[in-house]
Structures are given as structure tokens and as C-alpha cells.
Design a protein around this ligand. Structure first.
Ligand SMILES: Cc1cc2nc3c(=O)[nH]c(=O)nc-3n(C[C@H](O)[C@H](O)[C@H](O)COP(=O)(O)O)c2cc1C
Length: 243
């Protein structure tokens, strides 16, 4: 038995044990046969550091300036949708951790905690990530909320015009029209993770999309998120829309 996680892969293993399968697979999975996902991991493993010795490294400076901000190191917490489904008010926790480390946290459009909740819990407001929606008025409203919360940087995500086929979601019956057996299996998956039930659906309420309450009041699952994406994300977006 391991007593303390040391690496990202250790945290992955903890998540695999702690989360219902359908949520872990959303975090861990990729599209189609996951060939790109595997290739990305392989390529990164090929990047090795070259050791240089006999230099004075008593003072090491990792800070960089990005978009007018000084970061303690060249790391940004990328937007992760549905964060609050994995741990209790996870976006707030991640933003606090980022603040402590001196790096930015990016609040996803499809977060559980709203941009206001995250901004109130930290003294450095989050960057805000926006998907381009058909309803431009709603997009403007979201940008206005982020600005009012003090968000200094807008991150525009443009690679989700259509959702890729995620076969794990199909196998977990979170997309499509599941059979009664599949629904039962999904229920057993949830029920066999009591610690998650205690931390998230009980202690981590409300499990709604904090930034989208007006747009998708009932949404609270990867399936609901996908439906909303299909209905709202604008596949016609080009550079012209950026203006
Ligand atoms: C589970 C998961 C959820 C994500 N949610 C969002 C999101 O809500 N908005 C967004 O712009 N990008 C989202 N992304 C993309 C990440 O922010 C990031 O750009 C992408 O994973 C590439 O970085 P990586 O190679 O370190 O994973 C998500 C990625 C993952 C794995």
C-alpha cells in the first residue's frame, strides 16, 4: 500500500479508486481509439532534460511574464469542466492551490463553482475560459460576469465546435439511450463509491453549472453537458467572429 501520492500518475490512481467509473473515464479518456491521447503521452515522454553541471545554481528563477502577469513558474491550471463533480467545490480548491503556488487558475465556462464563487474564495481572480455559443448575448453576459469578478484574461476555446466520439462514454452509457440494465449499472457504479457520495453530492452541493444556471438549470452530468454543447456551441465560428 502506498501512503502518499508523489506524482501525477499517483493522483490518477487515487482518482481511479475514488471516483465512479463514468466520471473517471470523462477525466481520463479521449476521443475515438484514443490514439492522439497515447501519442501525446509518448511524445512528452520523449522530451528529456539535459543535465548541466558545475554551474552556480544556488539561486534559481522560474518566474515568467505571461499576458502582463508575473507567474511564479511557467504553469497555468488549464480549464477543466465539471471540476466540482470530482471533489467538494473543486474549482475553489484548485484556485486556492494555484494562488498559493503563484500561478493562474482558469475557470471553465462549464465549472460547477461559478466565477463569482471562485473569485470570492481567493484574492487573485481567476482567468476565464469561454466557449463560443450560438447565443452571443449569453456569451457577452458571461464575459461581463468574469470582468466584474476581476478576471484579467479571457481564454477562448475554439476546438469544440462538435464533440468527438468518446467511446468510454458510450460504454458507460452516459451517451445514447441506455437500456434499463445500463441504467442499473450506472446506479451501481455510483452507489459503490460512498466516499465520493459523501464528498460531492452531499458535501459539495449544489452540483449545477455555476456559470450557466440561467442557460442549463437542470444540468449536472457529463450527459447534460454534452446535450448543452450540441445545442449551444456554434460550429460556424471563424476568425471573423473574434472581433
Ligand atoms: C477532463 C477535462 C476537462 C476539460 N475541460 C475543459 C473546459 O471546460 N474548457 C476548456 O477550454 N478546456 C477543457 N479541457 C482542455 C484542457 O484545458 C487542456 O487544454 C487540454 O487538456 C490540453 O492539456 P493537457 O495536454 O495538459 O491535457 C479539458 C480537458 C480535460 C482532460
Amino acid at each position: 500500500m502506498r501512503l502518499a501520492p508523489a506524482t501525477v500518475l499517483d493522483y490518477r490512481e487515487l482518482a481511479r479508486r475514488r471516483l465512479p467509473r463514468q466520471l473517471f473515464d470523462y477525466l481520463d479518456g479521449g476521443a475515438y481509439e484514443e490514439a492522439t491521447l497515447r501519442a501525446n503521452v509518448r511524445d512528452l515522454e520523449g522530451v528529456l532534460l539535459r543535465q548541466v553541471v558545475m554551474r552556480d545554481v544556488s539561486l534559481r528563477e522560474q518566474s515568467v511574464e505571461v499576458l502582463g502577469q508575473r507567474l511564479a513558474m511557467p504553469v497555468i491550471l488549464a480549464p477543466v469542466g465539471l471540476g466540482g463533480m470530482f471533489a467538494c467545490r473543486a474549482e475553489v480548491e484548485a484556485a486556492r492551490a494555484a494562488e498559493q503556488a503563484g500561478v493562474p487558475f482558469v475557470e471553465s465556462t462549464v465549472s460547477i463553482c461559478s466565477v463569482e464563487e471562485v473569485a470570492e474564495a481567493t484574492s487573485v481572480p481567476p482567468w476565464f475560459q469561454l466557449y463560443v455559443m450560438r447565443d452571443r448575448g449569453y456569451a457577452e453576459e458571461l464575459m461581463g460576469r468574469a470582468e466584474a469578478a476581476g478576471s484579467p484574461v479571457l481564454v477562448l476555446t475554439i476546438d469544440l465546435a462538435v464533440v468527438g466520439a468518446r467511446h468510454r462514454d458510450t460504454r458507460n452509457a452516459v451517451v445514447g439511450t441506455p437500456s434499463t440494465w445500463a441504467k442499473l449499472g450506472r446506479g451501481i457504479d455510483i452507489a459503490s463509491h460512498p466516499r465520493w457520495i459523501r464528498d460531492v453530492p452531499l458535501a459539495g452541493r449544489p452540483l449545477t453549472f455555476g456559470n450557466l444556471e440561467r442557460a442549463v438549470p437542470e444540468a449536472r452530468s457529463p450527459a447534460a453537458f454534452r446535450e448543452w454543447v450540441d445545442a449551444q456551441f456554434d460550429p460556424s465560428v471563424t476568425w471573423e467572429d473574434l472581433a
